[in-house]
Design a binder for this molecule. Sequence first.
Ligand code: UD1
Length: 327
Amino acid sequence: MHVLVIGGAGYIGSHVVKELLKNNVKVTVFDDLSTGQEINLFPSAHFIKGTILDTDALGRAMCQNVDAVIFLAGKKAVGESMQNPAKYANTNLIGVINVLNTMAECSVKKIIFSSSAAVYGTPSYLPMDEKHPLNPLSFYGFTKLETERLLEWYDRLKGIRFVALRYFNAVGYDADGDIKGLEKNSQNLLPIVMEVACKKRSILNIFGNDYDTPDGTCIRDYIHVTDLATGHWKALQYLNDGGKSDSINLGTGKGISVMEMVQKTEEVIGHKITTAFDSRRPGDPDVVEASAKKAKEILGWEAEHSSLENIIQTTWNVYKKQMLNKH
Ligand code: UD1
């Protein structure tokens, strides 16, 4: 089986590539290296530097006996999507349409798409299952939902089957240390906690301590990126076995608060993280937790690497090495 991993040099993409290679899949990575990094590439995967806005380049990559596409090349900064919707429209909508049209031209009939819990918007019940209303609060979330709808049409019209994986909060690093690229300018919690831990940033501002949660800070469903990677592999096997198109959550069903994340990090790294309480960040719900039942039922998938300890330890190992040069 030959899989084209679009966005395979990125944070999640590189973990997916590792999982595919482990399972003896032939992999071609297609990435424009805008946020992906060369350091994340595996020598045993063929690499094409290209952008999804270039349909010729996509055609050359796709019409080479590709059996399936895994698409992880989207832009993902929620705040930025509200300030610069054009960038998100170009990559997350036009780019995705280019990919689907090229797949249709080259008769590639299977795609795993990285979607997001952002398609749901503010939770109206917990844990959130796939039947939860879809009301994205951000332009980013809108692009993910629109793509899921496009995928449904391309299935009906072109016979391209898909699994859209709705990730909750992706965290952690490959435990073997094979993936070394630190995300640049991440606005997400754990990368910021790590930068404070490495003294590259002076303080972690905790956005709100008056939420309706036991310690007053927001609760999220943090899923280890290695679990996300196995989810992609299982989704691909599901399509290979003739499974029908579907959208499926990838989360743990277990919430962790911002304070718990900070305290556990202090325990793992052995020193204090400087924090200060700041005002709430607009649009942040109190609690987000996934129902991962459908993934278990349909894909036979369950999170196995997502204990808080493992999330923090694997992330710290990479930050310590890459940011502090400590081995
Ligand atoms: C965000 C996106 C979500 C996307 C996900 C993964 C929003 C509203 N949601 O989730 O759509 O799928 O990233 O890319 O942006 N926090 C602090 N201080 C910080 C940073 C974060 O207290 O400096 C808190 C946040 O308020 C939140 C928690 O940490 O309660 C997690 O934040 P973050 O990592 O940004 O993820 P989400 O907002 O949950």
